[in-house]
Ligand binder design. Structure first.
Ligand code: CA
Length: 231
């Protein structure tokens, strides 16, 4: 059986960056589709049904965030935003309008491909039946019976620690915004209580990580949220 290449739609008006993306994608086994404007991107997404969309924010016709919002009305493909801006609010807003991840320019081929792999894995996981067990290195989390083992030993987590870990590993590799963690674990009134997260993530690291001060798995994305790192 011939496996078809995953289609990645690149939405970028700058020819040099578009070329870099095209070369990086095709040399890594992806099919690159290209759009230079927002309206064109929405049309191409509808016709070609790409598996992943890479979206530049500064487009000549409509803003990238508007493109993401319009795509999200019907399209489930993961959207990775290319951001030249370093304002953290922009990134948080993008996540809230339906983008799945972001890359800040300039970025390298490896970072790009790693993000695409995470996005694809996540998309296929959303369609597949949920796996009850999550394993990385010597950590095993059984989501069905709520147990956690590190190097063969059972680790006792409090309900809050367990719920945070569960959300992180269900989104493994992806940035989970801190508002989402606070809302899902503590409730809608807690969106601004970021210090709760710092305390509990610290406890989680002590229980999971061999060097909690230099975490390998529970990674803080300053000002944005947390990411359970997979590589
Ligand atoms: Ca641009």
């Amino acid at each position: 059986m011939v496996e078809s290449k995953p289609k990645v739609l690149v939405v970028e008006d700058e020819p040099e960056i578009r070329r870099f993306l095209r070369v990086s994608l095709t040399s890594n086994g992806y099919e690159a589709l290209e759009a230079t404007k927002g309206e064109e991107a929405i049309k191409m997404a509808a016709e070609a049904r790409p598996q992943v969309i890479i979206l530049d924010l500064g487009l000549p016709d409509i803003d990238g965030s508007e493109v993401a919002r319009k795509l999200r009305e019907w399209c489930d493909a993961p959207i990775i935003v290319l951001s030249a801006r370093d304002g953290e609010n922009d990134k948080v807003n993008l996540l809230s309008i339906g983008a799945d991840d972001y890359l800040t320019k300039p970025f390298g081929v490896q970072e790009l491909i790693a993000r695409i792999k995470v996005a694809l894995k996540h998309a296929s996981r959303a369609n597949a039946t949920d796996e009850p067990t999550f394993t990385i290195d010597d950590i095993t989390i059984n989501l069905a019976n709520r147990t956690v083992h590190v190097a063969g030993e059972e680790v006792h987590l409090t309900p809050i620690e367990y719920n945070l870990l569960r959300i992180l590993v269900r989104n493994a590799g992806k940035l989970v915004p801190q508002q989402q963690l606070l809302r899902d674990v503590w409730g809608p009134g807690y969106a601004k209580e970021g210090h709760y997260l710092r305390v509990y993530m610290g406890q989680l690291r002590k229980k999971l990580e061999s060097d909690p001060a230099n975490p390998k798995y529970v990674i803080t994305e300053p000002g944005l949220g947390y990411r359970f790192k997979m590589d």
